[in-house]
Design a protein. Structure first.
Lengths: 113, 115
């Protein structure tokens, strides 16, 4: 069974600094997809970034980038130049084949001004 | 596009009552998902549809829960009878046919409180 683990329930970062959120997963599959979602207080789930497992190059979206280590089954999210609007819950998610997406427990990110 | 639309945004009901949550997926999306989010269990997939047909309902907690998708633009999640432990935020999400080119887009959620 696919599982997703986020070992950091809470993280804090100073505005304009960089923070890295950790995520590990467990699967026997070789082809799958990984995502980071942001959930602000409005509860809306917003896609931040996605990564295809067959791609070696790490995905990047503006200030957001990932460090994808397939052998280690690790998928961390780096937020550069943190902004107050980045404060939210961040969920790591895994998807394979049948559209069944599994989520981690989430990391609450606080951004200090 | 307006995105995934859910209604109501908030629902408060009493134990034993029937509750119906509604979802309108993004036009052109072939998959529709229902999730439940609680503090204890996080985000859980309840059921998903492909082209209006239920594909996997193994996440539905029990027979009190049922979901339908009568057409490509509308789905309902019904709880009958409701219980306090059903209190949660329920999300609907949709995606296109090919998962390699798209991901799931979430609605704003419905916060359900069962007294």
């Amino acid at each position: 069974a696919q599982t997703v683990t986020q070992s950091q329930p809470e993280m804090s970062v100073q505005e304009a600094e960089t923070v890295t959120l950790s995520c590990t997963y467990d699967t026997s599959e070789s082809d799958y997809y990984l995502f980071w979602y942001k959930q602000p207080p409005s509860r809306q789930m917003i896609l931040v970034i996605r990564q295809e497992a067959y791609k070696q190059q790490n995905a990047t979206e503006n200030r957001f980038s990932v460090n994808f280590q397939k052998a280690a089954k690790s998928f961390s999210l780096k937020i550069s130049d943190s902004q107050l609007g980045d404060a939210a819950m961040y969920f790591c998610a895994f998807m394979y084949n049948n559209n069944d997406m599994r989520f981690g427990a989430g990391t609450r990110l606080t951004v200090k001004p | 596009d307006a995105g995934v639309i859910q209604s109501p945004r908030h629902e408060v009901t009493e134990m034993g009552q029937e509750v119906t949550l509604r979802c309108k997926p993004i036009s052109g999306h072939d998959y529709l998902f229902w999730y439940r989010q609680t503090m204890m269990r996080g985000l859980e997939l309840l059921i998903y549809f492909n082209n209006n047909v239920p594909i996997d309902d193994s996440g539905m907690p029990e027979d009190r829960f049922s979901a339908k998708m009568p057409n490509a633009s509308f789905s309902t999640l019904k709880i009958q009878p409701s219980e306090p432990r059903d209190s949660a935020v329920y999300f609907c999400a949709s995606s296109k046919l090919v998962p390699s080119t798209d991901t799931q887009y979430f609605g704003p959620g419905t916060r359900l409180t069962v007294l």
